[in-house]
Write a protein that binds this ligand. Structure first.
Ligand code: SAM
Length: 264
């Protein structure tokens, strides 16, 4: 609620600055636009996830949730009762962006994926079903949500997901050791400037030339815009793509440095 006006203004700025594929002169990015962003091919997983999402959106079951999104230390955490439907409505990736995650994974073939922010597991499922042979490490601070996600993964018959419960800053060091390398990251939790940069810097420890980073909610607040600016100006980042809701970052040293804003 707090940032609605901010996001609306940011969206108008995005509309005025964003271009179509014809404004893209990088062959690498042009191919992503054509083969990923413009790809409208159906996949059986999309229908399966849609059925699960609909079930969650109709569930009146009350669960005790821990809200980790408000601050950096334990004192800021809030416990409350919410129904599953409202957790799904507020946190799950939209179908449009879920399909985008799926297609990015399908296109880049990552073997090791790290997700920060499992919630009920909808985005995790898009990642996992796009790459059945990859390993998806996902972290969620709220035990109840993580348990609910686990039963969603069972329902969908997905077994390539490794769940971690705990705060990102506490869990990441061990997860980084366990994962060993990072091909693809989806950062979708604790949307503050400090946490976004801290998580990015931690994950960079196991990143390589072909690692792909996806950030959610890059224009959600002044802090998130500042974080997106800082990430895309980092000397290790060569190409970034701003799709408004999500931002994609590449480290490929063979590409010339460029920031793209693309209409999606
Ligand atoms: C936007 S939701 C994730 C939605 C999920 N990726 C999806 O699309 O289905 C963000 C999640 O991150 C968790 N989270 C936020 N800050 C966290 C932190 N510092 N440590 C652990 N989990 C955190 C929240 O509990 C919440 O469930």
């Amino acid at each position: 609620m707090k940032f609605i006006l901010f996001t609306m203004i940011a969206y108008l700025r995005y509309l005025s600055k964003s271009g179509s594929r014809h404004s893209v002169h990088s062959p690498f990015v042009y191919n992503i636009v054509n083969e990923v962003f413009k790809n409208t091919k159906e996949h059986s997983s999309f229908a399966d996830i849609a059925i699960l999402r609909s079930k969650l959106l109709h569930s009146t079951q009350l669960i005790e949730t821990t809200d980790f999104g408000k601050g950096k230390n334990l004192k800021d955490f809030a416990l409350r009762f919410e129904d599953v439907a409202s957790v799904a409505r507020k946190s799950a990736v939209s179908e449009k962006y879920g399909r985008l995650l799926f297609r990015l994974v399908e296109y880049f073939h990552p073997q090791t994926i790290v997700e920060l922010g499992t919630s009920l597991g909808i985005s995790t499922l898009y990642l996992a079903l796009a790459a059945p042979n990859a390993k998806i490490f996902t972290i969620e601070g709220c035990t109840t949500k993580s348990e609910r996600a686990s039963s969603n993964f069972d329902t969908m018959g997905v077994s390539n997901i490794v769940q971690h419960i705990g705060r990102f800053d506490l869990v990441l060091p061990d997860l980084i050791k366990q994962a060993g390398k990072l091909d693809f990251a989806f950062i979708d939790g604790n949307h503050t400037y400090e946490a976004t940069l801290a998580n990015f810097n931690s994950l960079l420890e196991i990143a390589h030339n072909d690692t792909v980073f996806i950030f959610d909610d890059i224009h959600w607040s002044p802090g998130m815009e500042k974080a997106w600016d800082k990430v895309t100006s980092d000397e290790r980042v060569t190409v970034s793509i701003d799709l408004f809701r999500m931002g994609i970052v590449f480290l490929k040293r063979e590409l010339s440095r460029q920031k793209f804003i693309i209409r999606f």
